[in-house]
Design a protein around this ligand. Structure first.
Ligand code: SF4
Length: 350
């Protein structure tokens, strides 16, 4: 480590001792808890994660219990956190740890990175926090701090930019106190070097921050040129028989993979064909509510309309019956539902 890198690390560690976060529920815990928190923290803030983390640990206190649980139970526990692929990968990885590592979290970078859903940064975080190993991390907060401090050109989707950021992360991360350093960099990113309006006056790195010196904080990290998000539309079918509604289990991959939802068609003209194909019935919707919810995904927005179809007799059979279920309205909460669908159905429970 050269002198500049050593002084960077010393400054960060000094700040951490006085101002960093030392009481998060997953700190100084075993690798399972650290791993769970890291996965939950991807794209989600600490304050949102804490209650979900506590409930998840209560329900699945160790890796074996998570691995042995059904994916439905895991998704149900995850509901509300979004990005459900994270929960599916967590469950899959728990199975790998149970079957290939005798239930103990692996301790080499190679083995940790090989687990589903764990990239280099998450692996570095788990190995440094849980086992005190010397690995750098590069989550969204750390990337922003480094991109600004060293005025790294380009955006994160560019491999040269990522190479440079990893090189910098490796250079400044000390072998002694790695876990405190990594936590401190996350804290500086989330508490001080904010996306907009960074609090530079309170930042321990301001003397060595190139963006601060050049008044160019707003220019880093550089943004990928944006294209307008496409807007898609879907019509969800709410079949209701007395106090039951028909739910459909979505395919395991794709949006809301594996969660229970409502059957969908492109538009009103497809309702008839869908009903005849899946339920062998013919019943026009009593009501169509247009664009009840607009949901934002990373790459597009989705306008959801709702067709309400009351039927007076349960269909005798359902095509692809394994993926459909009639559920009592009062039992809806025990099914893993995507947030917009839960909102759509919540009015039924009033
Ligand atoms: S001085 Fe400002 S821009 Fe630089 S790292 Fe600190 S908060 Fe971020």
């Amino acid at each position: 480590m050269d002198a500049d890198a050593a002084s960077f690390a010393k400054t960060v560690l000094g700040w951490y001792r006085r101002y960093g976060r030392h009481d998060l529920p997953w700190q100084r815990q075993d690798a399972y808890r650290v791993w769970l928190s890291e996965v939950m923290l991807q794209q989600t803030q600490v304050s949102t994660v804490v209650p979900y983390y506590r409930e998840f640990i209560k329900r699945f206190p160790d890796i074996r219990q998570l691995a042995d649980a059904s994916i439905d139970d895991v998704l149900q526990q995850w509901q509300g956190l979004g990005y459900y692929a994270r929960a599916r990968n967590l469950h899959k990885a728990a199975g790998v740890i149970r079957d290939q590592h005798d239930g103990s979290f692996p301790q080499t970078m190679e083995a940790v990175e090989a687990l589903p859903g764990i990239g280099r940064s998450t692996a570095g975080a788990i190995l440094s926090f849980a086992f005190g190993q010397h690995w750098p991390i590069l989550d969204g907060n750390v990337k922003r701090v480094l991109a600004r401090c060293f005025r790294v050109p380009g955006w994160y989707g560019q491999s040269d930019t990522m190479k440079q950021l990893w090189y910098l992360a490796e250079s400044v991360t000390p072998a002694e106190g790695t876990s405190d350093f990594n936590q401190a960099m996350m804290d500086i990113g989330s508490m001080i070097c904010l996306k907009s309006k960074p609090k530079c006056e309170a930042c321990p790195l301001k003397k060595m921050c190139s963006s601060y010196r050049h008044h160019s904080q707003a220019d880093y990290p550089q943004k990928k040129p944006t294209r307008a998000k496409p807007h898609k539309r879907t019509l969800m079918l709410l079949h209701r028989f007395e106090d039951q509604v028909l739910l459909w289990r979505r395919p395991p991959s794709g949006i809301w993979g594996g969660l229970w939802s409502l059957p969908e068609v492109d538009g009103e003209r497809d309702v008839d064909l869908w009903q005849q194909s899946f339920l062998s019935i013919k019943q026009a919707p009593q009501k169509i509510q247009q664009d009840v919810i607009r949901h934002q995904f990373t790459h597009y927005s989705l306008g959801i309309s709702l067709a309400i179809i009351e039927i007076d007799k349960l269909p005798e059979k359902i095509f692809d019956a394994d993926n459909y279920v009639w559920v009592e309205i009062e039992d809806l909460a025990s099914h893993g539902l995507p947030t917009p669908v839960r909102k759509l159905l919540s009015s039924l429970q009033d």
